[in-house]
Design a protein around this ligand. Structure first.
Ligand code: ADP
Ligand code: MG
Length: 351
């Protein structure tokens, strides 16, 4: 029977609120890795190394050689909404860092056990401290450390049984992490990345600093991809339509794959843009039906005030001013590149 009185409304415990919010920011192991690597990039690291155990559920460890964290900041490091990157709301318009909300580390401490080891320039030793539910578990302990920061996230989702169960049954979290690191590696060619399973001798992603994007595509995605991609560039500087620069690599008629790989950076943020992906797939299907699942790497640079980075809790989708115009211009450029390469190929085959 349905009770006739409406149910009473009460306020949720703060710890419940925090855990629910954390589960939205950190949806799976790969979301934690993305946040940690972006923090390492924000700290101007030149080397970022990731170790993963049990698909990230047992351990995610990210080590970098960045600027480190000040001793005085350690007590509030993992509180919600503590950040070194944003002060006023208006700063969002020109923000260059990947983080800004001060939510990632805090979120991890509500759904996992987090240990931070860090050392700043000119210090003789570093500090190590563990966190739970936003707070330090103990005073920071002095310890030996090399340059930078190492963050260990252990027993992810230990207090979210349903989430843990669904993730345990899916075997592909490690491959999602490898995929993520591969994407970062071909964009940030001035940073070396590695990613390996705990205890493995071989890294599954291993990139070295290089000045050639094509070299990094070759070392991360393999020769067969690198051999079959073409450079592409578009720019528009007409303020009445759109202002942007795009440069990238797209696969040619000889590249065949089961699914599309679309690696997209907008103002150096790794994002998804479903509209752009579809538009490109349509051009491939029409122009190169046999190679209709392309490999695409694109880096788009726009005036920061044309990008809203704050539309999605995971910052995965961004929204752009003049998006349709930009997508259409890129689509046209891809089409003409494919046509000219196809003509060249046909010519080559005939002679
Ligand atoms: P946000 O990146 O949005 O600021 P986070 O929770 O990801 O929030 O990180 C909080 C703060 O911790 C950052 O603003 C930064 O000052 C510091 N931090 C986190 N990771 C690192 C790192 N690897 N190296 C240096 N500082 C870091
Ligand atoms: Mg961050």
């Amino acid at each position: 029977p349905v009770p006739k009185d409406p149910p009473k409304i009460h306020r949720l415990d703060e710890s419940v609120v925090n855990r629910i919010a954390a589960g939205e920011v950190i949806q799976r192991p790969v979301s934690a890795v993305k946040e940690l690597v972006e923090n390492s990039l924000d700290a101007h690291s030149t080397s970022i190394n990731v170790i993963v155990k049990d698909g990230g559920l047992k351990l995610i460890q990210v080590s970098d050689d960045g600027h480190g964290i000040r001793y005085e900041d350690l007590p509030i490091l993992c509180e919600r909404h503590t950040t070194s990157k944003l002060s006023a709301y208006e700063d969002l318009q020109s923000i260059k860092s990947m983080g800004f909300r001060g939510e990632a580390l805090a979120s991890m401490t509500y759904v996992a056990h987090v240990t931070v080891t860090t050392i700043t320039e000119g210090q003789l030793h570093g500090y190590r401290v563990s966190y739970r539910d936003g707070a330090m578990e103990n005073q920071p302990k002095a310890c030996a450390a090399v340059k930078g920061t190492q963050i260990m996230v252990e027993n992810l989702f230990y207090n979210m049984i349903a989430r843990r169960k669904t993730l345990q049954n899916s075997a592909d979290d490690y491959s999602k992490i490898v995929d993520l690191l591969s994407r970062f590696a071909i964009h940030h060619t001035n940073v070396s990345f590695s990613c390996r399973k705990h205890g493995a001798a071989r890294a599954d992603v291993h990139s070295v600093v290089t000045s050639s994007r094509l070299d990094s595509i070759r070392s991360v995605y393999g020769v067969s991809v690198a051999r079959n991609v073409m450079k592409i560039e578009v720019s528009d500087s007409n303020p009445s339509s759109s202002v942007f620069d795009m440069n990238g690599f797209i696969s040619d008629a000889n590249y065949t794959a089961k699914k599309t790989t679309m690696v997209l950076f907008i103002n150096d943020r790794l994002v998804e843009c479903t509209g752009l992906k579809r538009a490109i797939e349509i051009v491939y299907a029409a122009t190169l039906p046999k190679a209709s699942k392309p490999f695409v790497y694109m880096s788009i640079v726009l005036p920061p005030e044309h990008v809203d980075v704050n539309v999605h809790p995971t910052k995965r989708e961004v929204s752009l001013l003049n998006q349709e115009i930009i997508v259409e211009k890129i689509q046209l450029a891809v089409e003409s590149k494919l046509r000219s390469s196809n003509e060249a190929k046909t010519f080559h085959e005939q002679t």
